[in-house]
Design a protein around this ligand. Structure first.
Ligand SMILES: [Zn+2]
Length: 249
């Protein structure tokens, strides 16, 4: 009788142990599959912190690793201290597929952009001081002040104010998802998206740099916009600049 009981307990325990081992092995495979992307996300997180675009637990970064899967930074971890195994794997509805932390509390705005734009592969959000000041003043960054903006990022609008961590945040960004690559989040910060992690980071950095230039323009007494005709000529050169950005064949 005791022998049978012992055998049953052993089998149940052994079965549970095998299931735990399977889950652990699957997690290891998930980790290894996206290891390079995890490391790249951490590099960008460290850059955001080193350049003063975030402090404490500010900001969030995500990368689409498969058409319907996204790696995103967790809630409550300083970007300067981000490590690859802290990232969370989610589907586009926000269901957690892997990771032992909670995804960023602002993951909804990331996921909305991935659902709206199949070409978006990365989203970066931070609180760069000058861009955030413009977001607080609800002042968009006009396209026709800077020739580079006309051929690059375009105008950077300001969203409606949205309560943090609610559906209001993705809804405030949605009107700009198709025709823009970055926005200022009213009374909050900056958000950029793009076809790669580095392009999204570069765009966010450009938003901050542009905000600094615009600040100086206003301090000096106001700038002069380029004309619509000049802007149209600049736009006609976009293809040429894209070609020059590649390797010579
Ligand atoms: Zn934020």
């Amino acid at each position: 009788m005791f022998a049978i009981l012992f055998l049953l307990v052993f089998l149940v325990f052994d079965g549970r142990n095998a299931a735990e081992q399977d889950a652990s092995a699957e997690r290891m495979r998930e980790m290894e599959r996206y290891q390079k992307v995890r490391e790249e996300i951490c590099e960008v997180c460290h850059l955001l912190y080193d350049r003063g675009y975030v402090v404490s637990n500010d900001g969030n970064v995500s990368v689409r690793v498969e058409p319907d899967k996204v790696l995103i930074t967790p809630s409550g971890v300083g970007k300067g201290r981000m490590e690859p195994d802290m990232l969370v794997l989610c589907d586009l509805e926000g269901n957690i597929l892997d990771g032992d932390r909670y995804p960023s509390s602002e993951s909804k705005m990331h996921l909305m952009l991935y659902r709206e734009r199949s070409d978006v592969m990365s989203v970066v959000h931070a609180h760069p001081p000058m861009a955030t000041a413009f977001a607080i003043c609800r002042r968009s960054l006009k396209e026709r002040y800077l020739a580079e903006m006309v051929v690059g990022l375009g105008e950077i609008p300001v969203t409606e104010f949205a309560m943090l961590s609610t559906d209001e945040v993705p809804e405030s960004v949605r009107p700009f998802a198709q025709d823009h690559n970055a926005v200022l989040l009213a009374n909050h910060g900056a958000l950029a998206w793009g076809p790669s992690l580095l392009s999204a980071f570069d765009r966010l950095e450009t938003v901050e740099q542009t905000a600094k230039v615009f600040y100086y323009v206003e301090r000096i007494g106001g700038g002069v916009e380029i004309t619509q005709e000049q802007a149209d000529i600049l736009r006609s050169k976009v293809g040429m600049y894209a070609k020059l950005a590649g390797k010579r064949s």
